[in-house]
Each structure stands twice: as C-alpha cells, then as structure tokens.
Unconditional design. Structure first.
Length: 364
C-alpha cells in the first residue's frame, strides 16, 4: 500500500520510507557505495559545507525556476540521473519514472541496465508530453555490436542524446551486494543487453560477477570517438573527475560533461563531485554545458551547483526512493519538493531565476 506521500516534506522522508518497504537485496543495491562508502557520504556532506552568501533587498516577488538544459527548456535545472533496475523498486519501474519526468518537464536519462525498453519508456513519456526529453545512458561493453545496436535504437526511438559512462572500466567493490549475493531478481531482465544464450546477470556474487560482461576494461578515448562517429546523437561524457579529462572530452567532440563519481559506487576515496566541479568548469571554459550529480538532496544544493558553473544537476537515488514509496506519484512528489525548495532558495538568495545565480553567492 502506498505511503501518504503527500505528507512527505523532504527527500529524506522518501529514503526512510523506502528503507522500510524494500526487500534487503534491492534496498542495499540502490543504497550501496564502494568499499567503506566514504565518497558516497562525502558527496552529500561536501554540498552542505558550502555557505550561501545571500543577497537582500532585491525584488523577488516574481520568480521562475525554469532553465535551459542542453539547448532545451525545462521547468528547473534538474535531470533524472541514470539508475538501473527500476522494477526492483516498483512494478511500473522506468515507465513510472518516465511519466513523472514528462509531467515535471525535466529530462530523464535512461540506464542501459534498465528493466524496460527504450521504446516503451519513450512511448510512456511522449504520451504525457510529446516534447518530453529522454537521454540514453550507455557503457561500451565487450560486444561492440550490442553497443552500436543500442545507440541506433535510442536514435530511432527519439532520444535526444547518448550519455556515455566512462568511469567504469571495472565495477567498484560494493560490499553490501557481495554479502547479499546480488543478482538480477527472477522475473526481471536487463532488457537492452541480454541475448539468447548469452550472459544475463542472474548469476554471480555481487555486481562484479553478475554484470562484468556489460563493461570493458580496454576502454580508451578511441572508443569514445568510435561511438561519436556511430551516431547522429550528441554524446555526453558521464563520470568525469579531472580537468584534463573534461578538456580532452570537449576537444574530441563531447557535447556536454557530466561530473560524476557514479554516486560513490566506483572508487572510494575519489573526491566529492562538488570538489571536482569547479576544476572541470574551468577546463571546459564555456565550450559545452557542464552537469553534475552526486549527493544533491536540496534546492540549496541545486543553487550551489549553479553558482559553481553547472547548467543543471542530476538526481539519482531520491528518484528510486520516490519510486519505491509511491510509483509515479512518488517520483512526481520528489521532483515537486525539489522545485519548491529551489524556488524558495532563489528568493532567499535574492534571485528571481537561475540566471541570477552567480559565483559570488558562494565566493563573495
């Protein structure tokens, strides 16, 4: 039975409720970080350490949270980050997430490890809003034919961009999943990647064994160039931490940089994304948009990201907690809370819109 999510007032409320209703295996899969989970926790803590030097005596009676994200308009500078296996959180899975994203007018990035096809996700989103935007996240796995086929399917389905995850030559060690002997639950499948007679994700101990076949440790910049030349869609690089990698990606044709450490699920001890963000913004130097994910839980975090030069933030785990708590309605409520918090944050910072957010709000 759905929780009274209309009474939830913060994203933390959804997390607490999801922990109560989810079984151990999906709960720990969604919540886990690498090793001691230091980077995962630091992702959030680092945002909270940034102080907002708010302005006063500004007329903020008329405000808007609307933003431009990669050339398209959105209701706020927020995207739904790619997270796997949504049907482990709710039977409607990615369909519910897509509908909620379309209603909220924010882009959704669909994980290549999804439990629903890109075609069905696009149909669900465009039924709500014909202009709904969907980006397809991808890994370059060992079978390049599967990679090319998925890119072609994304284009044919009407996706607006590909999001190439580049921080995963191997899977990080997620101890919760190993202890739980994680596997894709019976009745679910990774619909974009499984082939008759091929690997499935239903065997192994932890993601390293269950899903090792979906990635490739030989990945180099040449593979990015191959994907770039294989599709008419713009390619966003996700998982960038260092300034020189951000600059290299732009030079080779990336249309945006997504600063990310995979939600702290890969290399424990990596910097929080808010630490990496300013370096990458400086390296990109305005040539393409920069986005950021990792630990964003409040409207104040969104403002902080904008002040550091990000065009938008991406939200991952809170979407899953909303999905587990109430399906489409839960995801919609998560996005509505963020929109309300951002609106109030703008007003209290002396801003009428996202274009008023400048770096002196953090660095007076």
């Amino acid at each position: 039975m759905s929780a009274p999510i209309s009474d939830f007032v913060s994203l933390d409320d959804f997390e607490r409720h999801a922990f109560e209703v989810l079984r151990v295996l999906p709960r720990d899969y969604f919540r886990s970080g690498a090793w001691a989970e230091t980077t995962m926790h630091e992702n959030r803590a680092a945002w909270e350490r940034l102080r907002i030097w708010y302005r006063v005596m500004r007329d903020v009676s008329a405000r808007s949270t609307s933003a431009t994200i990669l050339g398209g308009e959105a209701s706020m500078p927020v995207c739904i980050a790619p997270t796997a296996l949504h049907r482990m959180a709710h039977p409607d899975g990615e369909l519910a997430t897509a509908r909620a994203a379309a209603r909220a007018d924010v882009p959704m990035i669909l994980s290549s490890l999804s439990t629903t096809t890109i075609e069905d996700v696009r149909a669900a989103a465009t039924e709500i809003d014909p202009a709904a935007r969907t980006w397809m996240q991808m890994y370059i796995g060992r079978d390049r034919g599967i990679v090319r086929e998925l890119a072609q399917r994304a284009h044919a389905a009407g996706c607006d961009a590909l999001v190439l995850t580049v921080d995963t030559p191997v899977w990080g060690i997620r101890e919760r999943d190993i202890r739980n002997h994680f596997r894709v639950p019976d009745g679910l499948s990774i619909v974009h990647l499984e082939r008759p007679g091929g690997p499935t994700g239903h065997t192994g101990s932890g993601i390293q064994e269950a899903l090792a076949w979906t990635i490739d440790a030989s990945l180099t910049w040449k593979d990015f160039e191959w994907l770039r030349d294989s599709t008419p869609l713009p390619v966003i690089l996700k998982g960038i931490c260092r300034a020189e990698d951000a600059a290299r990606g732009v030079e080779l044709g990336a249309k945006a940089i997504l600063v990310s450490n995979h939600g702290g699920r890969q290399l424990d001890g990596a910097p929080a994304t808010v630490e990496a963000l300013p370096h990458c913004v400086d390296a990109v130097a305005g040539r393409v948009p920069v986005l950021v994910d990792g630990g964003v839980r409040r409207g104040t975090d969104i403002l902080r990201a904008l002040a550091l030069g990000a065009q938008a933030v991406c939200i991952g785990r809170p979407i899953l907690w909303g999905l587990a708590s109430g399906g489409e309605e839960g995801v919609s409520r998560v996005l509505a809370i963020l929109a309300q918090e951002l609106d109030v944050t703008l007003a209290l910072s002396g801003c009428t819109g996202v274009n008023d957010v400048t770096d002196d709000l953090l660095r007076p």
